[in-house]
Design a binder for this molecule. Structure first.
Ligand code: UT7
Length: 336
């Protein structure tokens, strides 16, 4: 069963991570932390960090080219670009969607950036599938990309050990057979203070004060977020399964937002224990939390490792700042 009247098949995926590796041992030299603390509290060992002159869109170009190539689709066939990011190249103008369209040589498309923090990729997937269902587009390039390192305070051990950079993309195509089976989305602004980037917007425009008070970096109440994350990731997964009229038994691979191994462990306990754990795909240990790119990278990674093959049913579940959450069930339709 699908909740989309005109099916959107997921026909290709690609990802890109920058070359530079930041290890826990490297972080030990920067802040008061330890490899043991980071590994046991988060499950993260490494993250990738973009070069100084490498932007969010630069990374997305690689991921999008790989996704189009894996789908066997030319840029000329793309009708829409939905680009999820909280760290765009510029403050909205020009959008990353425009920069990507130009770089790929997509001749005729509409497109926009979408900000839903770590849930961004699921929101973008929903937007793409909805556009296809509505007949607005036949082929949609869906991207999640972040340069989180540009807004990370490397004097704050609460946040700097978590985040990494990278990009992932998928191609959606109008199809006879279902691809995206269901999506569920939600927001809760009541908890907006749990994670924020206070400076740089109209509330606190760029100024010397913003720099002096370090308002241009992420701030986070980790412990509170942890609890909300476990609840929303679990509820989202259950709601997306119910909407697709499926149970966990029908799912081949679960890809949660790669935030923290302990959060994911607690979600698995609630979803079905060992049965859920066996279906998990994780690359958090090597890439860290890449926000809107996290599920997109993991999806592509799982395809390239052969964990997802044509016909695999995949459950995605995400949560992020705002707060936002989103979950989806899809059938992988790309080439093996
Ligand atoms: O994508 C959404 C973004 N955010 C998240 O997903 C974050 C969700 N939250 C988490 O992942 C976890 O809460 C953290 C990994 C951020 C923190 O783990 P925790 O087990 O909740 O630790 P805590 O915040 O309760 O801190 C425990 C102790 C504190 O010391 P005291 O007050 O007990 O003396 C912290 O100061 O650990 C200390 N601490 C650290 N120690 C070494 C915090 N960060 C570090 C660190 N290294 N990097």
């Amino acid at each position: 069963m699908t909740s989309f009247p005109r099916p959107a098949a997921v026909v290709g995926a690609g990802h890109y991570v920058p070359e530079k590796i930041l290890s826990n041992a490297d972080l030990e030299k920067i802040v008061d932390t330890s490899d043991e603390w980071i590994r046991t509290r988060t499950g993260i060992r490494f993250r990738r960090i973009a070069a100084e002159n490498e932007s969010t869109c630069d990374m997305a170009i690689h991921a999008a080219r790989a996704a189009l190539a894996s789908a066997g689709i030319s840029p000329a066939d793309v009708d829409a670009v939905v680009f999820a990011t909280g760290t765009p190249d510029y403050f909205n103008i020009p959008s990353c969607a425009c920069l990507l369209q130009h770089a790929l040589g997509i001749p005729h498309a509409y497109g926009y950036d979408l900000a839903a923090a770590c849930s961004g990729f699921v929101y973008a997937l929903d937007a793409g599938a909805t556009a296809i269902a509505a007949g607005r587009a036949d082929t949609v390039l869906v991207v999640g990309a972040e340069k989180l390192s540009a807004f990370t305070d490397y004097t704050d051990r609460n946040t700097c050990v978590l985040f990494g950079d990278g990009a992932g993309a998928v191609v959606l195509r109008a199809s006879e057979t279902p691809g995206v089976l269901s999506t569920v989305l939600g927001i809760d602004g009541d908890k907006s203070s749990l994670i924020s980037l206070p400076g740089g917007g109209s509330r606190n425009p760029p100024s010397q004060r913003v720099l002096d008070e370090r308002l241009c970096y992420w701030r986070m109440q980790g412990r509170e977020l942890f609890k909300v994350a476990v609840h929303t990731l679990t509820q989202g997964a259950q709601d997306a399964l119910a909407k697709a009229d499926l149970s966990l038994d029908d799912i081949d691979v679960i890809i949660p937002h790669q935030a923290n191994a302990r959060i994911i462990e607690a979600v698995c306990d609630r979803l079905g224990g060992e049965k859920a754990r066996e279906k998990l795909f994780l690359d958090l240990d090597v890439y860290g939390n890449t926000s809107a790119a996290s599920i997109a990278i993991a999806l592509s990674d799982a395809v390239s490792q052969g964990r997802i093959v044509p016909g695999s049913k995949v459950l995605l579940t995400a949560f992020g700042g705002g707060l936002t959450w989103g979950a989806a069930v899809l059938v992988w339709g790309g080439r093996a």
